[in-house]
Every structure is written in C-alpha cells, then in structure tokens.
Design a protein around this ligand. Structure first.
Ligand SMILES: Nc1c(C(=O)O)ncn1[C@@H]1O[C@H](COP(=O)(O)O)[C@@H](O)[C@H]1O
Length: 164
C-alpha cells in the first residue's frame, strides 16, 4: 500500500500471520491504508514502546494487535498510546488460545483493549470494527460496509440444509 497507513496491524511473531492476515485482507478489501509488522512486547520491548509512543504522530487511528500465549502485546501497546487498540487472541499450541484470550481481555480499569474472538474470525472482526468506526465519518465507506453486510445476509438466506 502506498498511501500513509492509518491502521497498524502488529503481531508477536510471524507465526501469527496465518491468523492476522485476515485483518489485513479485510482492510485491503475496503481500501484502508495499513501496515503490518512483527512487534513483540517480550522479545523487542524497546521497539514496542517506540511504536506505541509514535503511533499517534505517525497518523495511526487504530492498532490491531494479535498475540498468542502470554499475550501482553495489545495491553502494553494500550498502556503507551491513546490510539485505540483492538486485541486479537491467536490460538496457542497447548491451550488453544484460551490463554491468549484471557491475557488480552482482562485489562485493568483505565487501560482498555477491545478484545475479539480467538483466531481468524477475531482478526477479521477487529478490522471490520475499525472500518465501522472510520465509516462514521466517511459516507462512501459506510455505503460499502452496508453493501458488505447485505451480501452476507443474502448468502445466509440462501443456505440450504440437505433434505429440507
Ligand atoms: N504473546 C507474544 C508476544 C507479546 O505479547 O509480546 N510476543 C510473542 N508472543 C507470542 O508467542 C507465540 C509463539 O511465538 P513463536 O511462534 O515465534 O515461538 C506467538 O503466538 C506470539 O504472538
């Protein structure tokens, strides 16, 4: 994307990309300029702090942060920026992402992270939620989001069950 990113997608490891690419695809589909990078609170804390500190001045309006296991990345980002953080729990190897979910969702009062479902649906929905926020001030985007929803309804209406 050549336009200046307004949404940052970050994740603790490149092993999270299978999940987080669904956020990127959704933003791409709606033409929202974004960036995607690996950023770990645990493995590169100084980089993570710098990213959060510069997020607002760099023009980011939302950060979608995915992490698995001891998923501190979204919460630590939120503690260093007032740009809204949308957390995506990535499914972990041993606890299937329940650890990621609880790590992200149980933020202390005062430092919010909007937390989504574990995995692919959570990543896509985080992007859709960001898009919905942007659409409040963008008539064309609102129209396209409405069309997306209508198409989804049509697909659901046309679902048949074998024998019924
Ligand atoms: N939860 C975090 C953080 C963090 O929160 O800073 N950094 C990496 N990780 C997670 O570790 C998992 C395993 O990472 P590797 O696959 O690289 O071993 C990933 O799901 C990543 O998000």
């Amino acid at each position: 994307m050549s336009k200046k990113p307004i949404v940052g997608i970050v994740m603790g490891s490149n092993s999270d990309w299978d999940t987080m690419q669904h956020a990127a695809q959704m933003l791409e589909q709606f033409g929202i300029a974004h960036e995607a990078k690996v950023l770990s609170a645990h493995r590169m804390p100084d980089d993570m702090f710098q990213y959060a500190e510069n997020a607002q001045s760099n023009g980011l309006q939302a950060i979608i942060a995915g992490a698995g296991g001891a998923a501190h990345l979204p919460g630590m980002l939120a503690s260093k920026t007032i740009v809204p953080v949308y957390g995506v729990p990535v499914a972990s190897k041993y606890l299937r992402g329940e650890d990621s979910l609880y790590s992200i969702v149980q933020m202390p009062k005062g430092i919010p992270v909007a937390t989504f479902a574990i995995g692919e649906a959570g990543a896509a929905n985080a992007a859709l939620h960001v898009i919905a926020g942007l659409a409040l001030h963008d008539v064309d985007l609102a129209k396209r989001l409405g069309e997306f929803r209508a198409k989804q309804s049509d697909t659901a209406r046309s679902m048949n069950l074998p024998g019924y």
